[in-house]
Design a protein around this ligand. Structure first.
Ligand code: ZN
Length: 283
């Protein structure tokens, strides 16, 4: 499941490839997405591609400047891939399996550039693609931990919202509190913060909240810098894999030595998810 850094990586790598290009037509290849209003997308130009929460958003405007947004949740196995047209003008997507939507784009302002297709490919079909008429409608409920309004005080306020004895690790996965964290980064953040995953989210003192805040910012920034963590199905729009997995301190390292203290990394299951931690470093 892609988490915030992977979605950010997809949006960043896709933006320079498709911005400025105009939609020629949209083909729905999966009946699950039959409700997508494809006619509304035609002849619009892609102005921006960015991440909002865990969605990749494409901002499309008409010639008159009216905007709408296409939001894509990649979920388990979704990918957004840019496929330039082949030299003879043929589609590079012809043989591609598990296609769900194919958006044909022109060459943009530069007439010498070839057009191509933006493919939404998704083996397990849990991903979604929806059209929003306003950005507000696409905005997630939880706080985005990469934004400036994610402050120590904002985190403290979120933790104070009836979190009580809910384990910290489980709390970090709540998308209605902080958006974009999944199993990998929640485990990593808690190691960097020196906090035990089982600890009650409502029990943190000020200094511990500050450590959690800093670890969240630092881990996400480093992961975005590394283009995310590569797991089985994640690739950026250019098919590039991330490298943060080399930086992982606890996730997937059960039985290995903690790089800080040499102790064993342990695994426990919380809310049906594996959690990795160091007993000595995380209290
Ligand atoms: Zn340790």
């Amino acid at each position: 499941m892609p988490e915030l850094p992977e979605v950010e990586t997809v949006a960043r790598s896709l933006a320079p490839l498709v911005c400025g290009r105009r939609v020629r037509h949209v083909r729905i290849c999966d009946e699950k997405l039959a409700d997508l209003p494809v006619r509304r997308l035609q002849r619009r130009t892609i102005r921006r591609v960015f991440r909002l929460g865990k969605q990749v958003l494409l901002e499309l405007t008409t010639a008159a400047g009216n905007a709408l947004w296409v939001g894509v949740h990649l979920r388990m196995t979704g990918r957004l891939l840019w496929l330039p047209s082949l030299p003879d003008g043929a589609s590079a997507a012809a043989e591609m399996p598990h296609l769900r939507v194919l958006v044909s784009l022109d060459g943009g302002k530069d007439v010498s550039l070839q057009g191509g297709e933006l493919a939404f490919q998704d083996t397990r079909r849990f991903g979604t693609m929806v059209v929003y008429d306003s950005l507000a409608a696409a905005r997630p409920v939880g706080l985005d931990p990469t934004r400036d309004d994610f402050t120590v005080d904002a985190l403290r306020e979120q933790l104070g919202r009836g979190s009580g004895t809910q384990p910290l690790k489980t709390w970090l996965l709540r998308q209605d509190r902080l958006v974009g964290l999944g199993n990998i980064y929640a485990s990593e953040i808690l190691w960097h913060a020196g906090l035990r995953p089982t600890r009650g989210a409502g029990s943190l003192r000020r200094a511990q909240i500050e450590r959690l805040w800093r670890a969240t910012r630092d881990v996400l920034a480093a992961a975005i810098e590394a283009c995310g963590t590569t797991f089985s199905d994640f690739q950026s729009a250019q098919g590039v894999s991330g490298s943060y997995q080399r930086t992982l301190r606890v996730y997937g390292r059960e039985g290995e030595a903690c790089v800080a203290c040499g102790g064993d990394i342990e695994r426990l299951v919380m809310a049906q998810r594996s959690t990795f931690f160091c007993r000595r470093c995380q209290r």
